[in-house]
Design a protein around this ligand. Structure first.
Ligand SMILES: Cc1cc2nc3c(=O)[nH]c(=O)nc-3n(C[C@H](O)[C@H](O)[C@H](O)COP(=O)(O)OP(=O)(O)OC[C@H]3O[C@@H](n4cnc5c(N)ncnc54)[C@H](O)[C@@H]3O)c2cc1C
Length: 402
């Protein structure tokens, strides 16, 4: 009887899990009795690191042909429940149907979602750049500002959250607003952050660079403050300050996709399952966790994978390989990823590229910007729909970072 590996998600981790699982099955010559199925809403990989940009064309490349050439079946839909005792999942299919599917191994690669605390007005009035649909809704809204009467609220964009997503969105915003409202339009972009210095959550050594880039972009910064309430045309801060705005963009961090909560075992404060060295969910039956749904040690120095595509790509390869290896009898591959880099886009100022967990600055401004462009537009994209090329870089120890 055919044994099935089901992978939920076709993002960075899910796609690479499917490629590495196929590779392991082919290595063991078991294509006849082991199959791989990917379940996700559409056979596409959303390049979430580009969602702060205005131009969203090309950020959702199809992986349909790629999955077909490596023999992976795609089922359009979402996994709704996991029954690890019975090794079954239920799927609500994209055409409104319902399926119960048995698995030998299940790989949870459903990613993460924006953290939305209970701030009054957040769910009604805030925009975000977390998923393709919400980023597209923000762009439609920004374009609609051009046809509104000029006012303090129309001309002010507030970004709440000074992590990397908030910084990228804030420093890009003047470029987007000039394109929409005109080169000489008067507008304000305000960044609110709970940290004492801009981008402080990314390490104090980097804050002078962020401050310079924000000043270069003309972004006003309010540090050490929270957004308390959000209304249609204004926000209030924990200092009591009220800012009139039609556009509040929430960038308050990410949490693991809620499906991870159904997986038995310990979870961290971000909702990620605490995985073992092989990315198994240790208390569950035949379940692997990967990408933004797993907390995994990257080395033996105490570092842990970030919610990042840099980690998701490798975590995906390892989880997919191990899920297949357990079935076909190949050696399992422990996850480790010693190199860590960050590359943050900072608008017209350029970008900032660091290496190491202590974030040593290696490139700034135009040089870092060129690297960021390559990362965001080439390196993290799916490979060509060519069987041999895809499989040749799907080994669990393949590393993509510079
Ligand atoms: C604006 C923004 C900027 C970012 N910038 C960077 C950056 O510069 N560098 C970096 O490394 N990271 C960055 N990230 C983070 C990075 O995008 C994520 O860490 C990465 O996408 C995680 O990959 P993943 O495969 O785990 O999840 P995702 O890419 O989120 O993919 C999840 C997949 O699961 C599917 N799915 C969800 N629920 C279900 C379900 N119930 N059933 C089936 N399928 C489901 C989704 O449709 C999707 O296919 C950024 C994120 C954002 C939002």
């Amino acid at each position: 009887m055919t044994k099935r590996i089901v992978i939920a998600g076709s993002g960075f981790a899910g796609l690479w899990a499917s490629l590495s699982a196929s590779r392991a099955i082919a290595l063991a010559n078991r294509q006849d009795d082991v199959e791989v199925m990917v379940v996700s809403p559409t056979p596409a990989l959303v390049i979430r690191p580009r969602l702060y940009e205005a131009a969203l064309d090309g950020v959702n490349p199809s992986v349909s042909k790629l999955l077909a050439v490596i023999g992976v079946r795609h089922l359009p839909g979402v996994v709704e429940t996991i029954d690890d005792a019975k090794r079954t999942i239920t799927v609500v299919t994209s055409n409104g149907g319902f399926q119960k599917i048995a698995y030998e191994r299940f790989v949870c690669a459903t990613g993460s979602q924006l953290y939305r605390p209970a701030i009054p007005g957040l769910s009604d009035y805030a925009f975000d750049t977390d998923q393709l649909e919400s980023a597209a809704a923000l762009e439609v809204h920004l374009r609609s500002l051009a046809s509104r009467t000029s006012s303090a609220a129309r001309n002010t964009v507030v970004i709440a959250g000074g992590g990397s997503t908030g910084l990228e969105t804030a420093t890009e915003m003047p470029i987007r607003l000039r394109a929409i409202l005109g080169r000489d339009a008067a507008f304000r972009v305000v960044l609110i952050d709970t940290a004492e210095r801009p981008g402080g959550s990314l390490g104090n050594e980097l804050t002078p660079y962020f401050a310079e880039a924000l000043a270069f972009a003309g972004v006003e910064v309010r540090n050490g403050l929270r957004v308390d309430t959000i209304a249609e045309h204004a926000v209030t801060l924990s200092s009591g300050e009220r800012i009139e705005t039609d556009t509040l963009i929430w960038a308050g961090g990410m949490r693991a996709n809620p499906l991870a909560a159904q997986i038995p075992g310990e979870h961290d404060e971000l909702g990620r399952v605490i995985g073992d060295a092989y990315l198994r969910a240790p208390s569950a039956n035949g379940i692997f966790v990967t990408g933004d749904t797993v907390r995994a040690a990257t080395d033996d120095l105490g570092n842990v994978a970030a919610m990042s595509c840099q980690h998701a790509l490798s975590l995906g390869r390892v989880a997919g390989h191990n899920a297949a290896a357990e079935i076909v009898g190949l050696p399992l591959h422990p996850y480790s990823q010693k190199k860590y880099v960050t590359c943050i886009d900072l608008g017209e100022w350029g970008a900032l590229y660091t290496e190491g967990w202590d974030r040593q600055v290696r490139l700034t401004r135009d040089e870092a910007k060129a690297l960021k462009r390559d990362i965001n537009r080439v390196w993290i994209y799916p490979p060509e729909a060519d069987h041999d090329t895809a499989i040749s870089i799907a080994n669990p120890d393949y590393i993509i970072v510079p």
